[in-house]
Each structure stands twice: as structure tokens, then as C-alpha cells.
Design a protein around this ligand. Structure first.
Ligand SMILES: Cc1cc2nc3c(=O)[nH]c(=O)nc-3n(C[C@H](O)[C@H](O)[C@H](O)COP(=O)(O)OP(=O)(O)OC[C@H]3O[C@@H](n4cnc5c(N)ncnc54)[C@H](O)[C@@H]3O)c2cc1C
Ligand SMILES: Cc1cc2nc3c(=O)[nH]c(=O)nc-3n(C[C@H](O)[C@H](O)[C@H](O)COP(=O)(O)O)c2cc1C
Ligand code: FES
Length: 598
């Protein structure tokens, strides 16, 4: 998957399809040749935002088409563009439709017709029989009908006002067609979520294999940030196309998430009574494996193994649960603040150069706010591993209020993020006096409930060891190091920052951080008495071993979750166990700080 920064492409052709939708045609052999129906591209409107858009058509010759509905700032501005204007593109992203059987029914609503146009073209190449059901409020909103007819397909239209075709909902038309005895081996659907939910109910009853293309807020586009969460699935990576059964035990059709990650009802008129529907369907209880070589105790907390995810790689409790079920010995939440924050516009994350495994991000600390975060903790707690709540704040008062709420949740540890390099909250680690006051305040409240406090620092300050010592003296129970390294990538053609953060700043993560991260841990171990949590560029057991020998006793994995996926927890653990057995160690703890004992 190409995670590199957006590449500028000229708009080759623009077609007005209906009142609100335009088709944008580009030429990109690199993207078009890789594209499959159901996948999406990230479309960068420089200086405004980068948004996910389904591929409406792609060819081996490099033709790439997307249909964009004018619904808000970014799309409206795109609608003002002309042929020849430059737009950034990257992709393709996500999981495509897989076509099964000889007869397929495609049910489309609104701009959901776009990915189904590409799917219909593929079905034609595979010689499948396709019936298209296209729904809209009125005939003025129909999309790509002539295109489908040119492919030789039978198109049945449903309009709510009866201005064309069947009068009523497209789902009612589907029910009628199935009741009349027409048979399909598969149904593909894309459109408004409540329409797709109804399609799934109908096809489940009829036992027809169904695939659904869903939407959630996409930020990184590659499974890093968790903004697009749907029941613990990341829509950008595990979707956007899902088998209907996969969605059955999720909130699909009930609620989605705002840009902050806060749960919001899909039905705009949800009553207070119905708010109960904002709850998740609980996962089954998960107990971690017994791994004597790896288990450890830090700050009085028992960890089944010392490898956790890094903060920021998931907002939802269900995604954290998935990390634990994949083998993480603890889970760390997204950094949560006192108030809800939606974060920066996109681009928010990309790889610095292809296959470098070094990334830059400027998410802007999106989070639902501490009062809304209990629902996520509740879900994560179904996995029986320690839960570390990452928090941030820029004043003593703000942190006091935040921690008073945080400690009411069943958390095992707090990790105070003093070091997000691309937000105003970075100021905390650059002001030791403020940092000290905040740590004293947080510790005072957290210790009443026996909750230890780790403080996360970055190498962006001149003297990380000195800063860590200040944190220790102020009462920190552990130090987490390192956060991302400040960076400001620029688009060479437009000479503007690539990241959506208004200042253009972001933080580097991934492979490039390993060397500096290990060095910082070495320096901290020389200065500190408290435990050190190592993070930054951990991709292999060798990295963990070097971090451990330099002085870290717990480890967090971030960027490697993007390049390798959840499997990294199991691989790291089995490689570590092999290393310990071969070298005669009884527990990983024996090598912690070994580099200092030579
Ligand atoms: C996988 C996928 C495929 C999509 N395909 C198409 C398509 O083919 N054609 C099309 O017109 N639209 C498509 N969308 C929706 C499109 O991304 C949003 O309409 C667009 O981001 C709105 O941006 P805006 O600034 O104009 O509107 P805003 O005013 O920012 O938002 C309007 C609404 O758009 C949605 N939205 C905003 N930002 C995002 C984001 N980063 N990710 C996802 N949704 C967002 C939210 O629901 C929001 O309420 C797709 C979305 C996803 C997730
Ligand atoms: C997309 C993304 C989001 C992040 N969000 C947070 C965050 O909310 N809080 C935090 O303390 N660190 C955050 N970080 C930093 C990581 O926790 C970690 O310190 C950094 O990425 C280095 O580890 P890595 O090289 O393994 O990714 C984020 C990093 C990335 C890439
Ligand atoms: S947008 Fe899907 S994980 Fe970041």
C-alpha cells in the first residue's frame, strides 16, 4: 500500500453528473493499475483538507475517475476547480469488493453509485449477470444511469418522490424483486448507512451473500490512527468493504464517530432513551497467555508480557481490545484531554519516502474528551491486560479536572503526554517549572486511588535526561520515551506544508527513531531510579533487546503496527522468547540495563 505523501495530478476532465455531483478524471498509471472496485483514494485539496473518495473507474491505461458530492468545505472547494488545476492523490487504499456467483444485484444510493460503477465494469469483464437498483430522492439526483445502460445492464430506478421509476425506497424495490422470485447469488451495496443496514436485513433473511461499502471518518488512511473505527475494525484498512456478517456485532446502522472519536447517533433525531444504543456490543472476555519468560511487574502492576501498543494508535476500546487479543501485554489509549478535540485537517499521516518505514504525523490530538472516554475503557476492559490511560493538558487546573474524572475509570496507570511536538501542548515539556507543577498535581490525585503516573517525553528538548530527572523529582513513577521528533515536510511543487496542521509541523515516527530512542533510554537509565518505558522505532525483537539492555523494562510499538499489523505482537514475543532461551535467561527482566553493567 502506497503510504507516501500525496502526489499532484492535473484534473484532465470534469463532468457535472447532477446538481450536487461532479466526476473528476485524472491520469495516474501508478494508482489506476493497482485499483480494485471498492477501494478508495485520498484526494488532497492543497491547503484545505484531504478526503477519502471511492474509485468510480480505473483502467490499465491510467484513467482514474472519482465522483465527488458537494457536501462541505473541502468538496465544495473541489467543485470550484477547473480542468488543469492540481489536486493531490494517493492510494489505492482499503479492501475491495470480491465478486461471487454468476448473478449479482447491486443496490446503490446517492454517490454510493460511484464504486458500484467500477464494480459493474469489473463484473462485465468477468461475464456476470448484473441487475442494478439505483435509489435517489428524485430523478435529479440519479447518478451514472447512462453509464450502466451503456455497459448493457438492466437498471431499475427507485425515487422517493416518484419522479422516475419505482416510487419509494430502493430497499422496498429490492424486497419486491426478491418476493417476485428473482434470484441473486450476491448483493453489493453502497449508499447511506441506514439504507445499507436495511439491505443487509433483507438479504440476511433471504440468505444472500452481501458485501457493504461503509464510511467512517478517515484520517491516516492506513490503519494507524483508528479514527475510522467501526466495532474495532478500521474502515480504511479492514474495509471499506465488509461482508455483512462482519458488521452484525458492531454499531453499524446505529452510531458512528465524530472527527474527535466521540460516538454520535446515525439517526439525527435519536431520543435520550435511544442513547443506550451508543453502547457497543461487548466482545467476549479475553485472558492473555501465561508467558513466564516475559511477564513482569512495573510500578506494582503485573504485565503478562512487556509489549504494549504506543499511545495514539487507536481511540476505540474495541481496537485496544484487539491489540490485547493479538498478544499485547498492556494497552495504551489515545491521549485524552479534558475537552473533545477534532484534531487537524488531513493530511495527518504519511510515509516520508516509499518503504522507509519512517512516517510523519500531525493528528492534532483528536479525542472525545475525558467525560466521553468511559465507554471506550469499558470495551477495552474485556481484555484482561493492564490499561494505561494517556492524558494531556497544558495547565495545572486543566490537568486537575481531567485526572479527577480519569481516576473514576478502572485504569491501571496514567501516562501524561508532555511532548506532542505539533500542538500547543508541547509547551509543557519546554517549561520544566510547569511540568513539575502538573506532575505534582496529577500524582497527588492519582495516588489517592493507587494509580501510578508515567510521564512521556520527547527528544525535542535539548536535554531529555535532565527533563526526565525533573519529572522524577516532581513525583513521576515512570518515564516513557520517546515521543515523535519534530518535522515539517514541504510539497516541492507548491512550496507549502504537506501536513494539514496550520503550522505545517508534525512528528516523525518509525524506523528513523530507533537509534535516537535507544540513546535517550541509555541516558535516562544513568540518571533515573524510576522505571523507563521504551518507545520509538521498535520493529524487531533486536530493537526490544537493545532498548531493554539500555534500560527500558516495558516497550511500546507504534509505527510497526502500520507496516506489519497486529501480528507484530506475536512475532516479537516468540523471537524474544527464543533469544532468552538460547542465551540462558529466565526472564526478560534479567537483561534490563545490562549495557550499563559491562
Ligand atoms: C471510504 C470512503 C469513500 C467515500 N467515497 C466518496 C465518494 O465516492 N464520493 C463522495 O462524494 N464522497 C465520498 N466519501 C465521503 C467524503 O469523504 C466526504 O463527503 C468528505 O470527506 C466531506 O468533506 P467536506 O470537507 O466537504 O465536508 P465536511 O463539512 O468536512 O463534512 C461533511 C460530512 O462528510 C464526512 N466527512 C468529513 N470529513 C471526512 C473524512 N476525512 N473522512 C470521511 N468522511 C468525512 C462527515 O460525515 C461529515 O459530516 C467517502 C468516504 C469514505 C470514508
Ligand atoms: C498516528 C500517531 C498518533 C500518535 N498519537 C499519540 C498520542 O495521542 N499520544 C502520545 O503520547 N503519542 C502519540 N504518538 C506517538 C507514539 O506514541 C510514539 O511515541 C511514536 O510514534 C514513536 O513510536 P513508533 O516509532 O513505534 O511509532 C502518535 C504517533 C503516531 C504515528
Ligand atoms: S483513518 Fe483508518 S486508522 Fe487512521
Amino acid at each position: 500500500m502506497p503510504l507516501n505523501s500525496p502526489t499532484l495530478h492535473k484534473i484532465e476532465e470534469l463532468n457535472v453528473e447532477n446538481e450536487g455531483v461532479k466526476t473528476f478524471k485524472f491520469h495516474s498509471q501508478e494508482i489506476a493499475r493497482e485499483s480494485e472496485p471498492g477501494q478508495f483514494v485520498m484526494v488532497w485539496n492543497p491547503g484545505i483538507d484531504e478526503i477519502p473518495i471511492s474509485i468510480a473507474n480505473a483502467s490499465q491505461e491510467g484513467e482514474l475517475e472519482v465522483a465527488i458530492a458537494d457536501v462541505g468545505d473541502c468538496t465544495h472547494n473541489l467543485h470550484q476547480k477547473h480542468v488543469g488545476d492540481l489536486v493531490g492523490l494517493r492510494g489505492p487504499f482499503g479492501k475491495a469488493f470480491s465478486l461471487h456467483g454468476a448473478t449479482i444485484c447491486m443496490v446503490a444510493g446517492g454517490y454510493g453509485t460511484a464504486p458500484l460503477r467500477f464494480a459493474a465494469k469489473r463484473a462485465k469483464e468477468l461475464d456476470k449477470h448484473v441487475v442494478l437498483l439505483v435509489g435517489a430522492r428524485s430523478s435529479a439526483e440519479l447518478l451514472y444511469i447512462e453509464e450502466f445502460e451503456r455497459m448493457g445492464y438492466e437498471v431499475r430506478i427507485a425515487t422517493e418522490d416518484g419522479s422516475e421509476g419505482y416510487k419509494g425506497l430502493v430497499t422496498e424495490l429490492l424486497e419486491e424483486i426478491l418476493a417476485s422470485g428473482e434470484k441473486f447469488e450476491q448483493v453489493l451495496t453502497c449508499g447511506p448507512e441506514l439504507m445499507m443496514k436495511r439491505v443487509c436485513e433483507i438479504t440476511r433473511r433471504e440468505r444472500i451473500l452481501t458485501q457493504v461499502s461503509v464510511e467512517r471518518i478517515v484520517k491516516c488512511g492506513c490503519g494507524a490512527c483508528g479514527s475510522c473505527d467501526l466495532g474495532g475494525y478500521r474502515v480504511c484498512k479492514d474495509g471499506p468493504v465488509f461482508d455483512a456478517e462482519e458488521l452484525e456485532r458492531t454499531e453499524f446502522g446505529n452510531w458512528k464517530r465524530a472527527k474527535s472519536g466521540k460516538r454520535i447517533a446515525i439517526k439525527p433525531d435519536m431520543s435520550a432513551r435511544e442513547e443506550i444504543e451508543l453502547l457497543s456490543i461487548p466482545p467476549s472476555r479475553f485472558t492473555p497467555a501465561n508467558e513466564p519468560l516475559l511477564r513482569t511487574e512495573v510500578c506494582g502492576i503485573k504485565f503478562p508480557n512487556p509489549i504494549a501498543n504506543a499511545a495514539g494508535f487507536g481511540v476505540s476500546g474495541k481496537l485496544l481490545y484487539r491489540y490485547a487479543a493479538a498478544g499485547a501485554g498492556a494497552v495504551v489509549t489515545k491521549s485524552v484531554g479534558l475537552d473533545e478535540r477534532e484534531g487537524y485537517p488531513n493530511p495527518t499521516f504519511f510515509e516520508l519516502s516509499p518503504h522507509s518505514y519512517s512516517y510523519v504525523n500531525a493528528m492534532g490530538l483528536p479525542n472525545p474528551g475525558i467525560k466521553n472516554y468511559g465507554l471506550e475503557i469499558e470495551d477495552a476492559m474485556y481484555a484482561d491486560v493492564p490499561l494505561i490511560l494517556s492524558i494531556f493538558g497544558k495547565s495545572v487546573e486543566e490537568c486537575r479536572e481531567l485526572v479527577r474524572i480519569a481516576i473514576k475509570y478502572p485504569i491501571d496507570m496514567l501516562e501524561f503526554n508532555a511532548s506532542c511536538p505539533h500542538t500547543e501542548f508541547a509547551a509543557v515539556e519546554h517549561n520544566p517549572k510547569l511540568l513539575k507543577s502538573i506532575i505534582k498535581e496529577i500524582r497527588g490525585i492519582a495516588h489517592q486511588k493507587g494509580i501510578p503516573v508515567a510521564v512521556k517525553i520527547s527528544p525535542n528538548v535539548g536535554d531529555p535526561a535532565g527533563l526526565a530527572l525533573t519529572a522524577e523529582k516532581a513525583g513521576a513513577d515512570a518515564i516513557t520515551a520517546i515521543n515523535t521528533v519534530i518535522s515539517r515536510p514541504i510539497d516541492p511543487t507548491l512550496d507549502i506544508p504537506l501536513l494539514g496542521n496550520p503550522t505545517g509541523y508534525g512528528g516523525k515516527s518509525g524506523k528513523e527513531l530507533a537509534f535516537g530512542g535507544k540513546r535517550v533510554i541509555f541516558e535516562l537509565y544513568e540518571e533515573l531510579r524510576i522505571p523507563i518505558i521504551g518507545v520509538g522505532g521498535i520493529f524487531s525483537a533486536k530493537d526490544v533487546i537493545e532498548y531493554a539492555k539500555n534500560g527500558a523494562c516495558l516497550f511500546q510499538v507504534g509505527s510497526a503496527l502500520v507496516s506489519e499489523g497486529f501480528e507484530i505482537f506475536t512475532r516479537l514475543k516468540s523471537e524474544l522468547k527464543e533469544y532468552l532461551v538460547v542465551n540462558g535467561y529466565k526472564n526478560l527482566g534479567e537483561i534490563v540495563g545490562e549495557a550499563h553493567r559491562r
